[in-house]
Write a protein that binds this ligand. Structure first.
Ligand SMILES: *Cc1c(COP(=O)(O)O)cnc(C)c1O
Length: 404
């Protein structure tokens, strides 16, 4: 086995250069704390970008993984397996959904959602009704279809031609959707209830209600991409429950596996019939190991006391960040919901979010960015209060150095 020591420099020698990771290499984590190769300790407010929703090395998740690993890891989709069936049943019990498709990443869940929407419309209304409406600055993944539906042109640059029939409206502006939607052509409208990657921007409740109505009026399916906003992030199992607007299709990933790759597309029984036998598939989707871990995540996060705790922690973290923002004049606003927070940089600091991330690392706290103007936080949903306090102390030290 290759046990040669490795460091950050090796990245440039052996990895495709599509990422620019920092110099620190974390090797161990427990709860909301992480240690690097040198034994330096960090408080993790990144949560693996809203993935590690129960922190690192959660005993329940480790137990679920170990237990399933000694039974059976994988079966082809020619077979079904117990963990997948149980997880699908649980997700249906806890949401609007009646049918579930499992995949391995957010992109794949969205790919399945977009394909299902097209297929459903094709079956019920004919091939003309295939257009998808999404929103500027939206993020739906990196496959060619999902990146085309996403609202950031730079991610498609040089990869064209992408699939056709995709239109982009303005987020939180119903009039721009009205101009694009039609009974004849639109098969689906897809939206992140809270835009994550582009700055943690929550949809207005009235806007989502308006979208639901527009979709109903035009026989179009409403798809919520809850890859980032789901699995407890907002203090509700899914953000649609907070908004009280029910989609036709919902995608879930990131937090769903708590760090084990798994995603799901949820929908109703009648829509699901359009993905008949042989129309779509995935080798790993519904993998027994992944479903066993996700089951533990869902069982844990959906407990009322855990969900309530998220709002309490949110208030604590939000207030702390607002205080720092005011004291040093760095944030104009802290927005988002639950434990998906975006600290919006003041004019003077715009474009410099990455500097806050780097300064944080120097002081032992890991934060994220969402674009160049927003410092994003997506910590463990069960981060201890003491870790929030310590993270705030460290982040304040980082800001103090930055503004000096
Ligand atoms: C992260 C993300 C995706 C993509 O998920 P992958 O697992 O990277 O494919 C899609 N949609 C949203 C809203 C996301 O935040």
């Amino acid at each position: 086995m290759n046990k040669e020591p490795v460091n950050r420099e090796l990245f440039d020698d052996v990895m495709v250069p599509n990422y620019a990771p920092g110099t620190i290499i974390p090797v161990r984590g427990e709860g909301s704390r992480v240690w690097d190769q040198e034994g330096r300790e960090f408080i993790d407010l990144q949560g693996g970008i809203a993935v590690s929703c129960l922190g690192h090395s959660h005993p329940g998740l480790v137990g679920a993984l170990q237990e399933q690993s000694e039974k059976i890891w994988h079966l082809s989709n020619v077979m079904t397996n117990e963990p997948a069936l149980r997880l699908a049943k649980t997700l249906c019990d806890l949401t609007f959904a009646e049918r579930v498709f499992f995949a391995n990443s957010g992109s794949e869940a969205n790919e399945a959602a977009f394909k299902l929407a097209r297929r459903y419309s094709w079956e019920h209304f004919g091939p003309e009704k295939h257009e998808i409406i999404s929103f500027r600055n939206a993020f739906h993944g990196r496959t060619l279809f999902t990146v085309s539906v996403g609202g950031q042109a730079k991610y498609l640059e040089g990869f064209e031609p992408g699939p056709g029939g995709i239109h982009h409206a303005e987020f939180n502006d119903l009039e721009t959707v009205k101009k694009l939607i039609s009974k004849e052509k639109t098969c689906a409208v897809v939206i992140e209830p809270i835009q994550g990657e582009s700055g943690v921007v929550p949809a207005d409740p009235e806007f989502l209600k308006g979208l639901r109505q527009l979709c109903d009026d035009n026989n179009a399916l409403l798809i919520f991409d809850e890859v980032q906003s789901g699995m407890g992030r907002t203090g509700h199992l899914y953000a649609y429950q907070m908004y009280d607007v029910v989609p036709d299709i919902l995608t879930s990933a990131k937090g769903l596996g708590g760090g084990f790759p798994i995603s799901a597309m949820l929908t109703t029984a009648s829509i699901a019939t359009s993905l008949g036998v042989g129309t779509h598939g995935s080798t790993y989707g519904g993998n027994a190991l992944a479903c066993a871990v996700a089951q533990k995540v869902v069982d844990t996060v959906s407990q009322p006391d855990i969900l309530k705790g998220i709002n309490k922690r949110s208030g604590h973290l939000r207030k702390g960040m607002m205080d720092i923002g005011e004291r040093y004049g760095v944030f104009s606003e802290v927005r988002g919901a639950g434990l998906l927070l975006g600290c919006v940089l003041t004019e003077k600091w715009q474009g410099k979010a990455k500097e806050f991330l780097n300064a944080g690392l120097e002081e032992g706290v890991m934060v994220l960015v969402a674009g160049a103007d927003v410092v994003r936080l997506a910590p463990s949903l069960i981060i201890p209060d003491a870790d929030i306090d310590e993270a705030l102390v460290r982040f304040e030290a980082a800001v103090k150095k930055l503004v000096a």
